[in-house]
Design a protein around this ligand. Sequence first.
Ligand SMILES: *[C@@H]1O[C@H](CO)[C@@H](O)[C@H](O)[C@H]1NC(C)=O
Ligand SMILES: *[C@@H]1O[C@H](CO)[C@@H](O)[C@H](O)[C@H]1NC(C)=O
Ligand SMILES: *[C@@H]1O[C@H](CO)[C@@H](O)[C@H](O)[C@H]1NC(C)=O
Length: 436
Amino acid sequence: MAALRTLQFLALIAGVSSSQFSDCSYFGLLNHLNLTSSNSLLEIMRPVKNWTDPTLVKVDMVLYGILGLDEKSQTVTSHIWITKYWMNDFLTWNSSDFCGIDELFLPRSMLWIPDIIIKQDASDSGTIADDPWVTLHPSGLMVTFARQRLTFTCNFNLYKFPFDVQQCNITFLSMGADVRSLVLGSARNDSTLLKLSEQFMITQGEWNLIEIKIVCTNMTSVERNQSILVYMVTLERRPFLYVINFIIPMVYLLVLDLGAFFLSESGGDKLSFKVTLLLSISVLLLILKDILPSTEVCLPLIASLCVSVFTLVWLSVLETMLVNFLTHLDDVCGKNTESSTDADRVIKQEANLHKADEEYGHVKPEEAPRRDADLLRTILDEVKSAQQKTESQKKQKMKPGFCRKLAKIVDILFFLLYFLAVLMLMTYICMAWVEF
Ligand SMILES: *[C@@H]1O[C@H](CO)[C@@H](O)[C@H](O)[C@H]1NC(C)=O
Ligand SMILES: *[C@@H]1O[C@H](CO)[C@@H](O)[C@H](O)[C@H]1NC(C)=O
Ligand SMILES: *[C@@H]1O[C@H](CO)[C@@H](O)[C@H](O)[C@H]1NC(C)=O
């Protein structure tokens, strides 16, 4: 009898424990949810009990990286994680009935998943990696994740390049459903998402994430009224590389061109120096062409700067040519007169020497000392006159001709104007870059 009792007791314990085990397994839960055999109704239909209730799909996007920005094709490449939350009215359970199971993972293919796309998406197919599982919660909340290398189009404003701030929209919307069946919202608020993005951001490249703003509105397209969720992402460029690689060399070249005014005008040195400067600037222009797109809406300031500097140096090359020409003109006139006086002097000197020689040849022996003194005096006179002539010639050389004077005036005037123009250009560009 006692043996039977213990057997019964054991059986009771076994029964209790077995029933507890079946309740604690996922199978019990799946049985309860009627998901053991494939339930195609849950796959194909929006899971609401009343069809007039729209499904609220909450979308969270966290930026994990800004991989690059292509100014030419106006696209941004980024790395994002998307989390989608929605309610399923049919798949609910009481977690205390199932040993406190509060999460269940099911394959995506077994359930209805809202079709949310990004309007600006320009990525290749295959850049999206969907989580193969959907996470179920006792209240009926469904969660699924997706990871994507997102390339999205964005209309850049490059006027202030490289000190620009770009604002891009990432718009989530349903491909087919309208606002009566699917409403979009965001689970977290802007500042939390910004904080998360800043925390998880692995790479930002030359960009700095400044702000994420979330807007939920309705968008009316041709025949449907759709609910949309807009992420307004504000990015700021880090301009340092462009400053040291582009703007500083440009300014230095301009300063060098200013300094070239103090070079001596002799020869073509100055001219070739300035032409070299012009070439250097055109190299910088080529680099700029590779960076900026040819959007003709508004010319970026940096392009204006380049063109202005190029024009200024070009003008200064022209001016140097003019000055060289004027100086040369003067040199040609001056050389003609100089050579004639030289020839005259040589002829006169030769004649005088001839005379002195003749006189010396006819000297009588007793008159020799006096003659010697005379000869010395004539030689002295010669030397004096020669000295005077050379002095007067020196004076002629010191006194520049008309053209040379003109060249100098042109040079100085141009330098002043040039300096003013450079100052004005710099102030204008700096003010335009700084103002908001
Ligand atoms: C599962 O199916 C049974 C009968 O087919 C039904 O009574 C029960 O309510 C269903 N359970 C759920 C959670 O839908
Ligand atoms: C971004 O979206 C907002 C809200 O819909 C809109 O006001 C704004 O003009 C959009 N910006 C761009 C650059 O499309
Ligand atoms: C969008 O449209 C729905 C239905 O027309 C309306 O209930 C809802 O308030 C609208 N939302 C916004 C943000 O305008």
